[in-house]
Design a binder for this molecule. Structure first.
Ligand code: HEC
Length: 420
């Protein structure tokens, strides 16, 4: 099978170099012959194209049925033919497995599948009433799981919104970033009414509701940072000091922090880009303060802040976990258990212990890092097809995770080692 794999990888590299029009034809030619080929072409390419299959971790028949069963409901016979075809041509790729760091903590995962299949579940959070909300990017919806009845309800957003993240305001409204159509908006959970604000930025990304009542958001491709005053509708958008402003968090003083997902390229004719960095931003003046990161190849997707206002970030491009002390500007990094290609992505902090995932691994792995011992421990996600793009926490100390491909969101209960 290694011959097929290397052929496929070479094919994928070639594809990337071709113009889009040529890519369609090329993609169809590279699918191996067999009964399942037509099914892949007709039903699997609608949401994401067949490169997702070439780039996948590979599965046996049962595994493939699980994987695409969370994306599309196929008649049983067709599903069987397809699973056999995929298992034959795309068997498991051992290289995608994680290097698991061992330890004596335990976790309990509980996952739920969202009603609309293939919606690209992401960025779940707990609302004040204990409900869990998520966004379904591909289906332009936000969903809510009731904490008492467990009933899930999906709220349709305007066509093309492709919501990225969500945040809750003090009145219990859910705000979303319309990554696909340059909007931010608000859903009223009582009746599903949606109010939309058009942004200058084409791709609002990660939202945050500040204690001052404003909505703030990063816009990755547009390289902007925005603020909406929901009372007046006033929208302020400013260019950011570096490329791909991505994760956004707030510290105990109300200062916001942005992780830049680089790479730090110059933008022709635009604001010069300063490089790999984390930046803080003042909620009133919208002024940035830059904290350069030592390795210029760093792409920091997301960050989280501990109880001492220390900023922790994932160095996604280099496979490292980072720590920035804002008082001194000193940065320290640790290699993740699965190493340089692990692509750490989401990050959250519970009781000053750091949690992140190794998003390139299958199954996707949740990793615990204790800053006191500098020790890691890995926990594969049960549905594990990938991936956690953003994590949050409940008020009672559980992590809230999700998997974009397996269409699931869930809770992680953390159980300390028993002291004998
Ligand atoms: C309704 C939309 C939809 C359809 C149709 C669909 N998928 Fe997917 N698929 C998704 C989403 C969403 C993801 C996650 C993409 C992401 O997070 O970037 C995904 C990801 C994948 C992945 C990558 C998994 C990984 O390891 O990250 C594979 C493999 C895949 N799909 C296979 C299939 C196959 C095979 C079919 C046809 C039977 C199919 N998909 C049809 C929505 C769909």
């Amino acid at each position: 099978m290694s011959t097929l794999r290397s052929f496929v990888i070479a094919g994928a590299a070639l594809l990337a170099a071709l113009p889009a029009s040529a890519q369609g034809a090329q993609q169809q030619r590279t699918l191996p012959d067999g009964e399942g080929k037509v099914i892949v072409q007709s039903v699997c390419a609608s949401c994401h194209g067949i490169n997702s299959i070439f780039g996948s971790a590979g599965y046996d028949e049962a595994g493939w049925r699980d994987v695409f069963g969370s994306m599309i409901a196929l008649p049983d016979t067709q599903g069987g033919v397809l699973a056999a075809y995929l298992a034959r041509n795309f068997p498991p790729v051992p290289a995608r497995r994680a290097t698991l760091a061992q330890g004596n903590w335990k976790v309990k995962f509980t996952e739920w599948i969202a009603p609309t299949l293939g919606q690209r579940v992401r960025d779940p959070l707990e609302a004040r009433d204990g409900a869990i909300w998520w966004t379904g990017m591909f289906a332009s919806l936000v969903g809510r799981r009731d904490p008492v009845t467990s009933v899930m309800r999906e709220f349709k957003l305007p066509e093309g919104s492709r919501p990225h993240g969500i945040a809750e305001d003090t009145a219990g409204n859910i705000w979303f970033t319309g990554n696909g159509n340059g909007t931010v908006g608000r859903v009223d959970p009582r009746n599903g009414d949606v109010k939309v604000y058009k942004t200058k930025a084409r791709d609002p990304h990660t939202p945050l509701i500040h204690p001052n009542g404003n909505l703030y958001f990063t816009a990755q491709g547009a390289r902007m940072f925005g603020r909406l005053n929901p009372k007046t509708g006033e929208l302020t958008e400013v260019p950011t000091p570096s490329a791909n402003p991505y994760g956004l968090r707030i510290d105990s003083k109300g200062t916001m922090w942005i992780a830049f997902n680089g790479p730090a390229l110059d933008r022709p004719g635009g604001q010069p880009v300063q490089g790999a960095m984390i930046a803080s931003v003042d909620p009133v003046t919208m002024a940035f303060r830059v904290y350069p990161l030592p390795d210029p190849a760093t792409q920091a997707r997301r960050l989280a802040i501990d109880s001492h206002d220390i900023v922790w970030f994932v160095n996604s491009s280099q496979g490292r976990l980072g720590r920035l002390d804002p008082k001194t500007g000193v940065v320290k990094e640790w290699p993740t258990p699965s190493g340089p290609t692990s692509h750490p992505y989401a990050i959250e902090i519970l009781d000053d212990v750091i949690w992140f995932n190794e998003s390139s691994r299958r199954p996707d792995v949740l990793v615990r890092f204790d800053p006191k011992t500098e020790g890691f421990q890995s926990f594969p996600v049960p549905s594990g097809v990938g991936i956690i793009r953003n994590m949050s926490k409940t008020r009672d100390g559980k992590l809230i995770i999700h998997q974009s491909s397996s269409n699931r969101f869930g809770l992680v209960e953390i159980q300390p080692p028993k002291v004998l």
